[in-house]
Design a protein around this ligand. Sequence first.
Ligand code: PHE
Length: 447
Amino acid sequence: MSSPRGEFSSTFGFVMAAAGSAIGLGNIWGFPTQTAQNGGAAFVLFYLILTFVVGYPVLLAEFTIGRHAKSNPVGTYQKIDGGKNFVPAGFLGLFTVGFILSFYSIVAGWLTAFFVHPLLKMIGADSAAQWVVSQNTTSTVLFGSIFFILTILIVVGGIKNGIEKWSSRFMPTLLIMMLVLVGYVVTLPGAMEGVRVYLLPDFDKTMNPQLILSALGQAFFSLSLGVGGMLVYGSYTKKSENLVRLGTLVTLCDIGVAFIAGMLIIPAMYAASAAGTEIFDANGNLISEGNLIFQVLPALFDSMGTAGIVVSFLFFFLMVIAALTSSISMLEVPVAYAVDNRNMSRKKAAMLIGGFFWIVSIIIALNMSTLFSGVITLTTKYSQPILGLIICIFVGWVMNRNKLLEELKQGNPEIGNSLFMKIWPFFLKVVSPILILIVFLQSFISW
Ligand code: PHE
C-alpha cells in the first residue's frame, strides 16, 4: 500500500524526478556560461571533482534523513533525536526555496516567451513575436505568471500523477533533444573552436582560486542542495530503494546534462561569433554575461533561416521543461510542510503557498533593478551554503550513527562494512563542511 503522503511509484520515476530537480537553469545556462568565463575545460574539471567530493555526500545526507523521518525539512528535524535546535533551519529552507522559485520563475518566464516567439513568427505575427521577447515589465510578468501557474498545477497533481509523470515523460525527451541539437551545432562553421575551448584546459586560469570557488558554488546550486528539495524527494521513496545507488544515478544525470549543455552552448557561442555576433569584448571577456543566452542564441537561430525557427522552438521548449521539473521540486518543499505538519490538503497548500510566492515574484518583476539580483544573492550565495553546512553538522555530528546506518541498510543490506561507510561520514563531518564554509566566506568577500 502506498503511503497517504504520496510516494514515487518506481525507481525510474524517482530518479527522473530528482534528476529533474537537479537539472535546470543551473546546468543548462549557469554551467556553460561559467565554463566559458572560467577557462573552459579547467572549470569543468573542478566542477566534476567538487560535485563528487561535496555535492554527492550532502545529497545522500538529504535523501537519508528525509526518508528516515518521512517528512519535510521542518518535520525531519522535529522527528529525529537531537534535531529540535535545527528546526529553524528547516523553516529557513522553506522560505529560501520559495524565494528561489520567485526569481527562477522570472528567468523561466523569459524562456517561455522565447519558446512562444517562433510560434508567433510562424503564423506571421511578427510584431507580437518581437514584443514577447522584449523582456519589458508586462511581458516579464505575463510569462513569469504563466510559468508559475504551470508549476502550481503540476504540484497540485501530487507525487505520482504530477511530479513523477511529468519528470519521467520529459526528462528523457530533454536528453534526446539536446543530443540532436549538439549533433547539429557542431557542424556549424566556427563551432569546433568552441569544442576545443570546452575540452582542452587552459591551465593559466586553473591557478585562479575564484575558479575553484565558483565551481563549488555551481555544484551546490546545480544539485539543488541545502533547501530541502532532495530531502523531501527522499521522503517519498520506498524503504526498498537503495539510496546510495539512487544518489549516484542522480549525480551522474546532473553532471551528464551539464556536460551536454556545455557541448551545445559553447560551440553555439563560437558559431554565433563566426556568424558575426559579438560575444567577447577586447579583453576576451564575455559580453552581457547573465543575458548571453537571450542575445546570442536567438541571433544564432535567426542566422539559420527557416530551420532556425524550428531549432529555436525545440531549444526553448526543452529549456522550459528543464526549468519546470526544477521549479516543481521547489514548490514541493513548503507544500510538503503544509501537508505534513498543518494537515492541509495538497491542493489548498499548493494554491496558497504557490499564490504567495507568485505575488513575491510579481513584486520582484516590477522592481527588477532593485530586487532581482539581491534575492538571487541572498538565497543562493548565503542561504543555500549555510543550510548545506547545517545539514552536514546535523548528519555528521548530531544524528545517531546507528540510525543513519539502519536507514541506509534498508534497500542496501551490505552497506555496513563497505568502504562507502568509512568514507562518507568522514566527508560529511569534515571535508564537505570545510569546503562549504569556503564558498560561503568567498561570497562575503566577493560582495
Ligand atoms: N538545481 C536547479 C537548477 O540547476 C535549481 C534548484 C535549486 C532546484 C534549489 C531546487 C532547489 O536549475
